[in-house]
Design a binder for this molecule. Structure first.
Ligand code: CP
Length: 313
């Protein structure tokens, strides 16, 4: 019997370590499915997973779509840009309208922190948070954890530096909540203007010097500079950010010998990560994308109560 029995997946702040372990271990056979010639099992036949993204996405939306299809669920997408949202339909009415059509799971991204939590309280559908404002992006953190586990063989006790725009990063917050449950030493590294006040209260060490922040770490998770969420003046210029905080191949000599580099994507090459590093074998960005499908398959499977024998088949 699985330990994961939640109606919704809204964040990693309040989730138990055992629930994360259930998702990560279920993702292992899911990854096997997506390496087969025929990437299809009947596990979720008759179920439907609808995606509703109020912000742009390549990885998250497409991987949920494929994750559902590989498990034989139907995966319609409600394209916000061509929907009645553009005629002024409210979030509440949009959700009720979707609910009445009968999907089992709603995967949603919204610019307002807490929007999926509001929706989850007001619908019988399972709700998965695919990113809400600057709050959380739980499935990104889970695929990051899976990718670290795959390369390192463990999470327990690893030193992890999260580098960049911490202030606007839902990826950083979900990684902090998730990895702290596994006893990782967590560091956040970036300019003080992109550091949330009281971030230390989440159990992280704060560094404004990149070289100090990544010294001896096992994992460097480089964040995207989110220019769309920034008011002007949070750092002097892109040139200065690049000079002080762009992670380059030569920085790896400061980290542990076998340190790996993650990036949630999309990458601003030449701003937060050098192209040489992005394309090196130490950077797992492409593995993260593939693992994202497996992890999202695991979440859908556990949420909708699929049978174990069907995965093996
Ligand atoms: N990492 C991530 O959320 O990417 P997308 O915005 O492309 O979904």
């Amino acid at each position: 019997m699985s330990i994961y029995r939640r109606k919704d997946l809204l964040g990693l702040r309040d989730i138990e370590r055992e629930e994360i372990e259930a998702i990560l271990s279920t993702a292992v056979p899911m990854k096997d499915i997506i390496t087969r010639d025929v990437k299809k099992v009947p596990t979720l036949k008759g179920k439907s997973v609808i995606t509703l993204f109020y912000e742009n996405s390549t990885r998250t939306r497409t991987s949920f779509d494929l994750a559902g299809r590989y498990l034989s669920a139907d995966t319609p997408n409600l394209a916000v840009s061509t929907s009645s949202v553009q005629k002024g339909e409210s979030l509440k009415d949009t959700i009720k309208t979707i609910e009445m059509m009968g999907p089992d799971v709603l995967v949603m991204r919204h610019p307002l922190s807490g929007a999926p939590h509001y929706v989850a309280r007001n619908t019988s559908m399972h709700v998965i948070n695919a990113g809400d404002g600057i709050n959380e992006h739980p499935t990104q953190a889970l695929l990051d954890m899976y990718s670290i586990l795959e390369r390192k063989g463990r999470l327990e006790g690893l030193k992890v530096a999260i580098v960049g725009d911490i202030l606007h990063s839902r990826v950083a917050r979900s990684n902090i909540f998730g990895l702290s449950k596994f006893g990782c030493e967590l560091r956040v590294v970036g300019p003080s203007t992109l550091m949330p006040s009281n971030i230390e209260k989440l159990g992280v060490k704060v560094y404004t010097d990149l070289k100090e922040g990544i010294r001896g770490v096992d994992v460097i998770n480089v964040l995207r500079i989110q220019r769309e969420r920034q008011q002007s003046g949070l750092f002097p210029s892109i040139d200065e950010y690049q000079e002080l905080y762009m992670v380059r191949t030569e920085h790896l000599s400061l980290a542990a010998d076998d340190a790996i580099v993650l990036h949630p994507g999309p990458m601003n090459r030449g701003i937060e990560i050098s192209t040489e590093l992005a394309e090196s074998s130490r950077c797992v960005v492409n593995e993260q994308v593939a693992n994202g499908v497996a992890v999202r398959m695991a979440i859908l499977y556990l949420m909708l109560g699929g049978g174990k024998d069907e995965i093996a088949g």
